[in-house]
Design a protein around this ligand. Structure first.
Ligand code: DOR
Ligand code: ZN
Length: 437
């Protein structure tokens, strides 16, 4: 296939990119496409490496009424993703080789995005006994990211053992940092708004105390820690301290290091949204203050926070359209992530397109040890690519998204930046808002 007049990283004059056998074959001017096997010609746009999401809830097995590997893969392709990591909090939990192999196989059958299962750290996400990390790592699913996400590995001794074990496997532990003793009954960010509305608070300290502890543990063990969905200014400060302190903090497979992600919703939304009591805004960790949002944006721009991850969390209507305390936490993210990053980071001048490639593709691929995603847009590299129309705008409608569930907090918002094509190993998986099956 041929990409005509595209701008890699949004830099320089438009060029043509010829893709053959799943690889970038040529980059130049006036390239010809040899009709025969180069079916597609796509014109214009900014060309970036395909996005990689370290944090997606695909809900299969167990909650196929909210998302399946097929529908989640469609959402991912439409959002510009070529690889996603499927969190382990399914039912049954992905804490053994059978489940992770099943998820990986379903992902391959659907074939729209590379689906990498995340393995649970502890059996049943209970935080009591280590799961068989080694068996999952050695399975055909080749698991390299482990997480109890949804739950915190709160016992420090179990966390230490998990870090030690993961080190020997060349894997990374992705921690959902939430000291559970500090968030009993918590409903929203502990602060003025929650207090006024009578909602039990989720204090910043519950996140920050675990992140500080885990950074110290990881550096002592010499293991790799990835901090999920950073939500507070204080956590960014702790990460800055820990990264400065760590001798070798480049998060590469098999190397010690600390890395962190931030979600699009924590880059844009605040606890001002509690006002309506609409549980569409309920998420864990909760939406915080504008001071936190500003600090998270700065931390992402300066590399203290390495990447953006969606925490795409589909929920059924009855679990969202109910009273606040009964609602489940979580929001859709795959199809809106790029646009929210453009709005919060590009339009504000905090990141250029090369920066977007870094936080949405290169860094997450590096953290997870993927060698075929997050690669430079250069001849000889695998054609896992995303094409963007930076000037276009669209209005978010939950009902029109590919997910089974429709719980987007961005409903009705006009957002900048449209994914015009997603290319997986030289094959168009999505173009102009449609799945290319
Ligand atoms: O808001 C959230 N939803 N946070 C989590 O940690 C889990 C996720 C889910 O599974 O719904
Ligand atoms: Zn989480």
């Amino acid at each position: 296939m041929l990409l005509k007049g595209v701008r890699p990283y949004g830099e320089g004059d438009p060029v043509d990119v010829l893709i053959r056998d799943g690889v970038i074959a040529e980059i130049g001017n006036d390239l010809e496409h040899d009709g025969e096997h180069d079916g597609d010609v796509i014109e214009g746009g900014i060309l970036l490496p395909g996005f990689v999401d370290l944090h997606t809830h695909l809900r299969e097995p167990g909650r196929e009424d909210t998302e399946t590997i097929a529908t989640g893969s469609k959402a991912a392709a439409l959002g510009g993703y070529t690889a996603v990591f499927a969190m382990a909090n399914t039912d049954p939990v992905a804490d053994n080789a059978v489940i992770v192999e099943h998820v990986a196989r379903r992902g391959r059958e659907v074939g729209l995005v590379d689906v990498h299962p995340v393995g649970a750290v502890t059996v049943g996400l209970k935080g009591e006994m280590l799961a068989e990390l080694g068996t999952m790592a050695k399975s055909s699913a080749n698991v390299r990211v482990f997480s109890d996400d949804g739950h915190c590995v709160h016992d420090p001794l179990i966390m230490r053992r998990a870090l030690e074990y993961s080190k020997s496997l060349g894997a990374v532990i992705a921690q959902h940092a939430e000291e559970p003793r500090l968030t009993v009954g918590a409903q929203a960010h502990e602060g003025e708004n929650a207090a006024r509305l009578g909602l039990q608070g989720w204090p910043a300290a519950a996140e920050e105390s675990i992140v500080a502890r885990d950074c110290i543990l990881a550096q002592q063990v010499g293991a790799r820690l990835h901090v999920c969905h950073v939500s507070t200014a204080g956590t960014a400060e702790i990460l800055k301290w820990a990264k400065a302190r760590g001798a070798a903090n480049v998060p590469q497979a098999g190397r010690p290091g600390i890395s962190a992600e931030v979600t699009p919703h924590h880059l844009l939304l605040t606890d001002e949204r509690l006002e309506t009591y609409d549980p569409i805004n309920k998420v864990n960790p909760p939406l915080r203050t504008q001071t936190d949002v500003d600090a998270l944006r700065r931390a992402l721009a300066d590399g203290t926070i390495d990447c953006v991850a969606t925490d795409h969390a589909p929920h059924a209507v009855q679990d969202k359209d109910c009273e606040w305390s009964a609602a489940r936490p979580g929001m859709l993210g795959l199809q809106t992530a790029l646009s929210v990053v453009v709005k919060t980071m590009v339009e504000t001048g905090l990141l250029d397109w090369r920066g977007v490639a870094r936080v949405m593709s290169e860094k997450p691929a590096e953290i997870a040890g993927l060698t075929d995603h997050g690669r430079p847009v250069e001849v000889g590299e695998p054609a896992n690519l995303t094409l963007i129309d930076p000037g276009a705008k669209w209005v978010v409608r939950g009902a029109e998204l590919a997910s089974v569930a429709g719980n987007t907090p961005f409903e009705g918002m006009e957002l900048p930046g449209v994914v015009t094509a997603t290319i997986l190993r030289g094959r168009v998986t999505a173009s102009r808002g449609r799945i290319d099956a």
